[in-house]
Write a protein that binds this ligand. Sequence first.
Ligand code: NAD
Length: 485
Amino acid sequence: MTYDIQPAGSHFIDGAYVEDTAGTPIPVICPYSEKQIATVHAATPAIIEQALTSARRAQKDWAAMTGTERGRVLRRAADLMRERNHALSVLETHDTGKPLQETLVADATSGADALEYFGGLAGALTGEHIQLGEDFVYTRREPLGVCVGIGAWNYPTQIAAWKGAPALACGNAMIFKPSETTPLCALKVAEILHEAGAPAGIYNVVQGMGEVGQALITDPRVNKVSLTGSVPTGRKVYAAAAEGIRHVTMELGGKSPLVIFDDANLEDAVSGAILGNFYSSGQVCSNGTRVFVQRGIKQAFLDRLTERLKDVKMGDPQDESVNFGPMVSQRQMEIVQGFIAKGLEEGARLVAGGDRVGDRGYFLQPTVFADVTDGMTIAQDEIFGPVLSVLDFDEEDEVLARANATDFGLAAGVFTQDLTRAHRMVAGFEAGTCYINTYNLAPVEAPFGGSKLSGVGRENSKAAIEHYSQMKSVYVAMGAVEAPF
Ligand code: NAD
């Protein structure tokens, strides 16, 4: 099967595509051809109202089903997603520009994993029993109600499923707003869930910019918001949620350290640095963009890295042999070009890349800077593009302190053959997701999320259940009630 690029309607509400052309048109631009390939319309107040009303209504019946019944729907949706992986990946590649080689293995498949995993957990969710002499307390694990998910543009299918799967497993309804830059694939997630048996309204998708997100999260009928986005957006969304004391999950930006000791396996360390800087053309939140390399291995590391970059193949991302795609948008390309210029201006040594490639498609070369120092802009700010900075270090204590000298705390990695040093380093890292001798894997079984400015809460794993459900304590007396008078 193949999907039409232009969706049948901008939004998916109450089990069907809907349209309201009164909303601001949002052009969908293919990052490879730079052509407009579809148009969606931002949600109007009428569309937002429809989404909220239907989610509110649907949630009660969904929560009344058994966990096993809800799980069955999610697992069926996982199967449908896997069957349609190729079509979904082609669409994701049109929308994001990520090479088909990547989207075939990292987007719908990862979404399907989340649906399958939380589908499996749904029937096993329980409260507990606490004996207090004769009396006892039991806890009921209850859904939060209506959850709003707001997505970034780098992993649209994955984000839609990572938020939807645990929310639905726990008996919530979800209204998902994709990024305005990549609005297409979340609609397919909604369509598939509906086809798998999710009741109308339990997973709605509405399009729009920040205002639509704000309108959703400030509505009194909404109980939770889960955002994947930048720190500045996180601040606004968190503040809006705080007004109504709503639950939040914040998956925000990072500037993560990747520390490579002299004794590291060089080939693996270079592979880790490539995965942590150039996969998805560097547009990954957990990227290890500050690569601290111990002085003894520095030259060998730079030589091998630049050699491996010769195997980069750019081109039409729909061609499965292409392994490096364009940036998602002209704007993002220009932001990254600005950072590269800043790196040069502040005295970093350009070892590879640095330029735009061709004049069609938002392609930037994978870029490597050496001799980067901690105070440089490229070592401090999240770039969200294919720019790797190599910083030198001598001692373990020194590098740990420098690795942590950032307000972000999403991820961190270490390459070394010294077992105790590896564990000492991860114990010291101020980051939510750490790696030893690998980088950037995010299996659904493991919690994923950040500390410090990089976020609040965790996605994936059993930990996500705590963020999509709440406990009700029920005290049961077995004897007479004693009162003071
Ligand atoms: P962004 O912050 O610009 O936008 C994210 C989403 O928030 C979009 O859907 C946008 O429309 C919406 N939004 C913007 N303003 C809003 C407001 N005031 N109220 C409600 N919603 C609002 O981020 P982006 O440019 O789409 O994505 C890149 C950022 O996302 C990077 O910082 C990256 O690190 C981060 N990210 C984090 C993770 C993670 O899991 N930690 C994953 C991917 C991306």
